[in-house]
Design a protein around this ligand. Structure first.
Ligand SMILES: N[C@@H](CCC(=O)N[C@@H](CS)C(=O)NCC(=O)O)C(=O)O
Length: 224
């Protein structure tokens, strides 16, 4: 939806995002799922808008600027913000549910060691100390863990999608597409199925729509 009648920075939260960033992807997925309207500002990482940096000097996407002046600049916090408003399929387990502990453990391993191995694997030519296969094997520790979980149930912590699947999936997608042929002929068959299924959801396809890079004074793009 494009509309130039709303004044910018008005009643609508503003999301600074980068289409291919896995952190921004998971934030956008939660926003779409919750159905909370935000103004999407597509940025270039090499040319971040001053408006975004004024809100969050650390310069990472996603950043959500709320009408009351509050700023949320961590993707998990943006997901939680969206889910607190509308979580009709219970993506977020109740805080005292043991599933919540599993969700947190998976996300922290994903964002920690797995993300580090992913970057070494993806950019192996920049890190010639070890081979690409070496970095891939380090990442496979997490793939194996997920594969074992998916042998028992269709999603990572439950019979249905939870926030863990959505938070982890964009990173597994990146890992898989470093060498698609390898990934889809690897022993991680449950993970392949899980990934394919999420890649084909309307939700994922919606958040991957392309928008022009935002500049002050542009028409406003509202999502979902
Ligand atoms: N912990 C942050 C990480 C966000 C992050 O690192 N985003 C990357 C893009 S995928 C970024 O903005 N990097 C800054 C840059 O490349 O200049 C979050 O979860 O939101």
């Amino acid at each position: 939806l494009s509309c130039n009648e709303l004044p910018s920075d008005s009643i609508t939260p503003v999301l600074y995002s980068f289409r291919r960033c896995p952190y921004a992807m998971r934030a956008r997925m939660a926003i779409y799922y919750a159905g909370v309207t935000v103004e999407l500002r597509e940025v270039l990482l090499r040319d971040k808008p001053a408006e975004m940096l004024r809100h969050s000097a650390k310069g990472t996407v996603p950043v959500l600027a709320l009408p009351d002046g509050a700023v949320i600049d961590e993707s998990m916090d943006i997901m939680t913000w969206a889910l607190m408003q509308n979580d009709r399929n219970n993506w977020l387990p109740k805080p005292d549910d043991k599933a919540m502990t599993e969700v947190q453990a998976l996300i922290s391993e994903n964002d920690g060691s797995f993300k580090a191995h992913l970057d070494y694997y993806k950019y192996a030519d920049r890190y010639p100390a070890y081979s690409k296969q070496h970095y891939r094997m380090q990442g496979e520790v997490f793939l194996s863990r997920l594969e074992r979980r998916l042998a028992n149930m269709p999603y990572l912590v439950a019979e249905r999608v939870t926030v863990a699947d959505i938070a982890v999936f964009p990173f597994i997608r990146q890992f898989a597409f470093v060498d698609e042929t390898w990934f889809f002929s690897s022993p991680y068959q449950q993970l392949q199925k899980w990934l394919n299924q999420l890649l084909n959801t309307d939700l994922f396809l919606s958040v991957m729509r392309k928008y022009p890079v935002w500049k002050a004074g542009n028409d406003i793009t509202l999502i979902p």
